[in-house]
Design a protein around this ligand. Structure first.
Ligand code: ASP
Length: 353
């Protein structure tokens, strides 16, 4: 009798312990959008492949170890190569992220995405996510069927970060090849290298080694819960902003064409410190007069494009992109144009975000 009683207590304790352990696992939702990480090739050594060919369940099943670190569920938001990323998918993704994070049942979000435009989507989410909970993005450079595919470990580390309370309040993060980047700084720098991403001078936010995270810093710029930008429930598109690449002998024609075709904003990927030819600069002055907001950024992908260095922004009415590269400057300008067309106010956003 005594023994039965003891067994019953032990059994109850085991069930209770098991249940508690299960309940305590962080809840992470994986939102899949496609990309090479979900890509498939005919052969493991085939350099050619199709992006976004496999679904989120396949990605999750490929990493059974996820069960040990989080209570994971998956949703398919899109199945595209990120070269096809557009406002529609951004808005759908951002709305779903905010909806999920508002729930007590979600501790963090992991997003799989192609690497081509990962730096843009992550920065977009960094500006419109209304929560301090972790939002972590990842991708891969080799398709899921490749020899030494890099996707499974990236997904594992990505979920480990999304499940980590220490990731809270650090803005949207990008995990790739063990490195943790801030959405503000991360840039794709190589067409095929597995270690394709860099955060340049600002550096990494941390590193993740088989799910063990080490943290170096918190991003300095305004982001997520403190951001002034948001997406309305009925928002269907974002203002059109074009990027125009400067070069020797640059003509003014593309600047005029962008304005004529309905661009509300233009980002110049300028040479050096956001410069361009005199005829291009004169055309910038003309389109600014017509109400188009023009931001000068740099094609160098490093350093800061400040006001009034070789171009007189005060006279021309232009905005300097500060530390945002052209792709990220386009994202901030799209969101800024939802609020204002005043170049001074927009410059203030570029100084702070
Ligand atoms: N084109 C692919 C994409 O961005 C490349 C990748 O994911 O690595 O979807």
């Amino acid at each position: 009798m005594k023994r039965t009683y003891r067994c019953a207590i032990l059994l109850a304790a085991a069930v209770l312990f098991g249940a508690t352990a299960y309940a305590e696992k962080p809840k992470v939702v994986i939102l899949a959008t496609g990309g090479t990480i979900a890509g498939a090739a005919l052969e493991p050594t085939d350099p050619g492949y199709k992006s976004g060919a496999v679904g989120v369940d396949v990605l999750i099943d490929a990493v059974p170890q996820l069960e040990e670190i989080a209570d994971v569920s998956g949703e398919q938001i899109a199945s595209i190569g990120s070269q096809d990323m557009n406002d529609e998918v951004w808005l759908k993704l951002a709305k779903r992220v905010n909806q999920l994070l508002a729930s007590d049942d979600v501790d963090g979000i992991a997003i799989t995405h192609g690497t081509d435009t990962l730096e843009e989507t992550s920065y977009f989410l960094q500006l419109v996510t209304k929560s301090d909970k972790p939002v972590v993005m990842t991708g891969s450079m080799r398709p899921s069927t490749a020899m030494s595919a890099d996707g499974p470990l990236n997904i594992y580390n990505c979920v480990a970060i999304a499940a980590d309370p220490a990731a809270r309040g650090r803005g949207v993060l990008v995990l790739i090849d063990d490195d943790i980047h801030s959405a503000h700084d991360v840039v794709k720098r190589h067409t095929t290298d597995v270690a394709t991403f860099t955060s340049g001078e600002p550096g990494l936010v941390g590193v993740s080694l088989f799910g063990e995270n080490t943290w170096y810093r918190a991003p300095a710029k305004v982001h997520t819960a403190k951001s002034e930008f948001s997406i309305a429930a009925d928002q269907k598109v974002l203002p059109r902003v074009d990027i125009i690449y400067a070069h020797a002998n640059m003509s003014p024609d593309l600047i005029a064409a962008a304005a004529k075709n309905g661009a509300k904003g233009i980002v110049i990927a300028g040479v050096g410190d956001g410069n361009m030819t005199a005829p291009a600069l004169a055309e910038v002055g003309r389109v600014v007069e017509q109400g188009v907001v023009v931001v000068r950024s740099s094609r160098t992908n490093g350093g800061i494009t400040r006001r009034n260095i070789e171009v007189n922004d005060d006279e021309l009415g232009t905005v300097a992109s500060m530390d945002l590269n052209p792709a990220k400057a386009r994202v901030l300008l799209q969101l800024a144009l939802l609020k204002t067309t005043d170049a001074k106010k927009i410059q203030d956003y570029f100084n702070r975000y």
